[in-house]
Design a protein around this ligand. Structure first.
Ligand code: AVJ
Length: 322
């Protein structure tokens, strides 16, 4: 007899209406230099392009972190114990969580992402492949307050924040965000986080300037998204991708640079650009192992274990709420 397995997951949509994107673009364009927050990269097309970035030979973080997770999942499992609530803010395709589920045997997996359709497909895939697991998918902007009221009081949440996404925050904001994760995890809860390390500038440069131009397409898709969703008239051919390591600030910066003098309309607002004017689209901070431990401590965590690869490209930290 075939046993019926229901590949089901719970779904919660906590995303506000389109208003946020419009407001943040207009507000960001009134600053100098102009900026758009990097969370807006991830519409359907942007999420697809990001996954393609992760497969580029120059983009070392993904494959390095996956190797660390494969190698040390057992050690993480020994530190965490079974039955936790595994909560992943910005879960994307949920591929990395798969590397932990068998070793951790959590009671529930809680993927959270700003890209709703992408999240639903990924959550359905996890539910189908891990029938013993409770899956709660939460569509949300994780930089805003999110209520996870379905997590039981006595559950010990373990936050999972891979990919060095923490690098998108300025250090002060990173501490604040980590403190929010500590709040969700609660006393005794944990955080497993992937952090990209400082390294040779040429390696960093290439990782954000892949030869196939996928990172450029990912960056430029932001303007296409503004055109699509906010009735703007960006000429995509008149902007170019720029990414470079800023060693003073300790971060890779991505910009879109106007290649000529031009005017852009966004839903009735006019913005003038000279040749060389930039829109700052992303920071990606890099930290030494010790620098990151200091940030985590400021946010209320105590360091438990750190793993790195032999070339010291990437680090994986496990921390507990103090
Ligand atoms: C998802 C923020 C970790 O900073 O490396 C990849 C995004 N941007 N290539 C990163 C990204 C350009 C990525 N994070």
């Amino acid at each position: 007899m075939v046993k019926a397995v229901t590949a089901d997951y719970r779904y919660y949509n906590e995303l506000p209406e389109r208003g946020d994107f419009y407001r943040e673009v207009i507000a960001g364009f009134s600053q100098h230099p102009r900026r758009i927050p990097p969370k807006y990269f991830y519409d359907e097309e942007g999420s697809r392009l990001f996954e393609s970035i992760c497969e580029q030979p120059e983009y070392y973080p993904t494959r390095t972190e996956i190797a660390l997770l494969e190698r040390y999942a057992g050690e993480v499992g020994a530190l965490v114990g079974s039955g936790c609530y595994l909560v992943e803010p910005g879960s994307g395709s949920c591929e990395k969580a798969r590397l932990l589920l068998d070793a951790l045997r959590p009671a529930a997996y809680v993927p959270m992402d700003i890209s709703c359709e992408h999240l639903r497909a990924a959550a359905a895939g996890i539910a189908a492949d891990y029938p013993w697991l409770d899956v709660h998918a939460v569509c949300a902007d994780i930089t805003r307050e999110v209520s996870l009221s379905f997590i039981p009081e006595q559950a010990k949440p373990v936050m999972f924040y891979p990919g060095s996404s923490i690098g998108n925050f300025d250090p002060d904001d990173a501490v604040e965000f980590l403190a929010c994760l500590a709040q969700i995890a609660g006393p005794g809860g944990g955080l497993l986080i992937g952090v990209d390390l400082k390294k040779d500038h040429a390696i960093l440069h290439d990782a954000y300037n892949d030869a196939s131009g996928v990172t450029a397409a990912f960056n430029l898709n932001l303007l296409q998204r503004v055109n699509r969703e906010l009735q703007a008239d960006f000429n995509i051919d008149a902007f170019e991708h720029f990414a470079a390591y800023n060693s003073v600030a300790g971060r890779v910066e991505m910009h879109l640079i106007s290649t000529r003098k031009q005017t852009v309309n966004i839903d009735g607002h006019r913005f003038a650009f000279n040749a060389g004017d930039s829109i700052h689209t992303e920071n990606s901070y890099k930290y030494t192992q010790d620098e990151f431990c200091v940030l985590a401590q400021q946010a209320g965590f105590a360091s438990c274990a750190v793993w790195t690869d032999a070339d010291r490209l990437f680090s994986l930290h496990f921390l507990r709420v103090r």
